[in-house]
Design a protein around this ligand. Sequence first.
Ligand code: MSP
Length: 530
Amino acid sequence: MSKGTYSFTTPIYYVNAAPHLGTAYTTIAADSVARYQRMNGYDVAFVTGMDEHGQKVADTAASKGMTPQEWCDSMEPAFRDAWDMLDITYTDFVRTTEPRHAETVRKFWNDLYEKGYLYKGSYEGWYCVHEETYYAESDLEKNEDGVFVCPDCKRPVQQASGEENWFFKLSDFTEPLLKFYEENPDFIRPKTRKNEIVTFVKGGLKDLSISRSTFDWGVPLPFDEGHVAYVWADALLAYLTGIGYGQDDTRPGEFEARWPMQYHFVGKDITRFHCVIWPAMLMAAGMPVTNTVFGHGFLMVGGEKMSKSKGNGIKPADLVKIYGVDAYRYYFLSDVRFGADGGISIERMTQVYNADLANTWGNLCSRVPGMNSKYFEGVVPAVPESTAGLVAANPLQEIAAGLYAKYDECMGQVDFSGAVAAVQELAHRANLYIDETEPFRMAKDPEKRDELAAVMYNLMEAIRIIALFMAPFMPNTSAEVYKRLGLGDITAITDIEAAAAWGQLPAGNPVEKGDALFPRLDEAAIELNM
Ligand code: MSP
């Protein structure tokens, strides 16, 4: 029985850059949520995609001698392949150039037009082509040559020539938004972002230009075909397209079952679009608003945001080649607190890999089946009556008993590092348990045979439970551990709480030894530099 729907999104990524560590970060975070909530019994929708319209894309295509559509098509495999490589289990990949999405855009804005939220006006001010955004002169900065530049990307801006645009009455929503934030304290997370947004909205909102008529690479608005939707007035709606909005013929009832969603995961640079414009659009349409917009921090290299010169030279694939997919996912989600900026480096990644994976989790997975193959011919021992009490109550079982509640709370709050720490506590305790119980000594004493069976059972049971909770982060390793313990398909689990109850590893299951899951890495031998 499903617990209900659980739906969320990553941003719809611009096609002008191939996936990099930053975009991969949001995507692996969303994937760990997808994998966990499936194991937790929810019916998950995980929407990602590509943001393909706007003048910037048209210009890039022209510079490559391609039509905009050809250029966008050529970028799709880069995204799909990167997400496949990282084992991302998205449920829909929305391209904003798809006909089904154009329908969403047209239907949505037509509705707002009919409801009287749009008017035609002209914009006197400045325009930044790169950001595709209008600015008032008071918002601009000047560069060292005294030229007005964009406050966001610092490129020179152009004078808007009184171009006619459609405007959305965003200013009507200043008060409703402030009231909404007040009544829905979890709408913007983490708290620091919330304070920024509330201050911004309190300053009063200006109406938003939602169309462009100086280029045609976009979705034409149904009530004025000479205008295409502004990129953000187009891209945000991909969240609706991705769960079946307007697609009742092929996905009957899906949209109604999934809207509003639980989360939009975004980087902090785009929280304003998601926390101001987007809820106002939804309110105007009379639709409920997504539960939470979570604005995560930036990945930093050497104290600066990753940029062309810092870190961006490294592709996700470069790191996957060295560390493997699972360790890649593990590092970014465990070592960077989701919500805060986080420094990343090869040194740190190698340290985390060696300490947490090679020495702790990997070590446990090699040592225990290794001992079991010597002492019990590679089969999970049946624990005799005399020592059954040692299985029913022991330090590992105690930690395991509280693990689901702790982990589930963390995952619900998207505190990935907290969730990982809770699981690692069990792995550390299990390694310590080996030191305390010394199974290698017991094995030499025939009188300790029953006790040894209980100790080995406990260790293998701890491994099974750790694998369960590591699966959202490290799906391949967990599947392999499950296989080595003679268990079935871990991805088929839909009640992780029940599966995590102590004592379910069947006696008699064959246990394989297998290769080291995380062979130690020598930092000095890694040639990559960030
Ligand atoms: N197309 C828009 C989103 C539209 S959503 C309706 C866009 N695309 S993007 O390709 O620029 O993707 C940006 C995402 O990647 C953002 O969430 C951004 O924060 C994230 N990152 C880009 N560089 C980053 C880091 N250095 N660190 C972490 N994430 C960063 O914006």
